[in-house]
Design a protein around this ligand. Structure first.
Ligand code: MG
Length: 265
C-alpha cells in the first residue's frame, strides 16, 4: 500500500518541477465522476493550478480515453500554457489547438453497428462513442455491476470476433483496439517532448490507469524520479494499492497540485 504523504511527494518533486511531466487523467481525477459524461467538468480552480505548474516549468498533460477534442472542450483547459492532451489512450495528441491522430479502423465501424443490439434489452445501459473505442455505461442502472454482468458475455463475444479488447472501468465496459492503454499514452507524451523529462507524476483513478502506474514503476527502476498518484474512490479500491500515493478523489489531487506550486515546505 502507498505510504507516501502528499507533503512528502510535493517536497521531493518541487525541486524537479522544471522539465517534469505532470500527466493527469481527466474523469475521476481532475473531474468528479457524473452520470452524464458530457456534464463532466474539472473542479473549480483546476485551470489556474495547472497554469501555475506550467509557469514553474512543468509540462502539463491530460491523459484520457476520450477523444482529445472532447476532453479539451469539457475540461476548459485549452489556455494552460503548453498543455498537451493525449486522447484515445494516446492515439491522438492535442497541442496548442492542433490535433494529430489516427482514423478509426474497420473493426470499430463494425462494432459501432453491432454493439447496440447487445445492450438493447436494458434501457438503463447506453453507449458512448469515443471514436476509437465504444463504452457501455451503466451508471444509470440501479445495480451497475449487475447490469454489466448480464451483457458482458455478448459484448465479449462480439469484441473477440472483431479482434478487439474489453476493459472494465467504474460502471463501464469499454471495447477498444488492442494495445491502446494509458501506459502507451504516457510513453507517447514522454517521447514527443524535445527534452527528456526531469521527473514524472501520473495521476489516475481507475483500473484503466493501472498500466500507467506500472510504467511509472519501470521508469523509476530505470532511474527517473517518477510517482503514481491514485485519486482514490470506493468504486475502485484496488487502484490505490498500485499507486505510490493515494489521495481522496479529485479534491485530493487538487490539494497535491496546490502543494506542488506552493513556495516553502
Ligand atoms: Mg479516470
Amino acid at each position: 500500500m502507498p505510504d507516501l504523504t502528499p507533503a512528502q511527494l510535493a517536497r521531493r518533486l518541487r525541486p524537479l518541477l522544471a522539465g517534469a511531466l505532470v500527466a493527469l487523467d481527466f474523469d475521476g481525477t481532475l473531474a468528479p465522476l457524473v452520470a452524464d459524461p458530457q456534464a463532466s467538468r474539472p473542479l473549480p480552480g483546476t485551470a489556474a493550478l495547472l497554469a501555475r505548474l506550467a509557469e514553474r516549468g512543468a509540462r502539463v498533460a491530460v491523459v484520457t480515453g476520450r477523444d482529445a477534442a472532447t476532453a479539451v472542450r469539457l475540461s476548459g483547459l485549452a489556455g494552460v500554457p503548453g498543455l498537451v492532451v493525449a486522447g484515445l489512450y494516446g492515439a491522438e495528441l492535442w497541442r496548442a489547438g492542433e490535433l494529430t491522430g489516427a482514423a478509426a479502423p474497420a473493426p470499430i465501424a463494425t462494432l459501432r453497428a453491432r454493439l447496440p443490439a447487445t445492450v438493447a434489452a436494458d434501457p438503463a445501459l447506453w453507449i458512448e462513442d469515443k471514436g476509437l473505442s465504444l463504452v457501455v455505461h451503466a451508471r444509470r442502472a440501479a445495480d451497475p455491476d449487475g447490469a454489466l454482468a448480464v451483457v458482458e458475455p455478448a459484448v465479449t463475444q462480439l469484441a473477440a470476433a472483431l479482434g478487439l479488447e474489453v476493459h472494465h472501468g467504474r460502471a463501464v465496459l469499454e471495447v477498444r483496439l488492442p494495445g491502446y492503454d494509458k501506459a502507451r499514452a504516457l510513453r507517447r507524451l514522454l517521447e514527443q517532448a524535445d527534452e527528456p523529462a526531469s521527473a514524472v507524476l501520473y495521476a489516475g483513478d481507475d483500473v484503466g490507469d493501472l498500466p500507467a502506474f506500472d510504467l511509472v514503476r519501470r521508469l523509476r527502476a530505470g532511474g527517473l524520479p517518477a510517482w503514481g498518484v491514485c485519486a482514490a474512490s470506493a468504486e475502485a479500491p484496488d487502484v490505490a494499492a498500485a499507486a505510490d500515493l493515494a489521495v481522496d478523489g479529485p479534491a485530493g489531487v487538487q490539494d497535491l497540485l496546490r502543494r506542488l506550486t506552493a513556495t516553502g515546505t
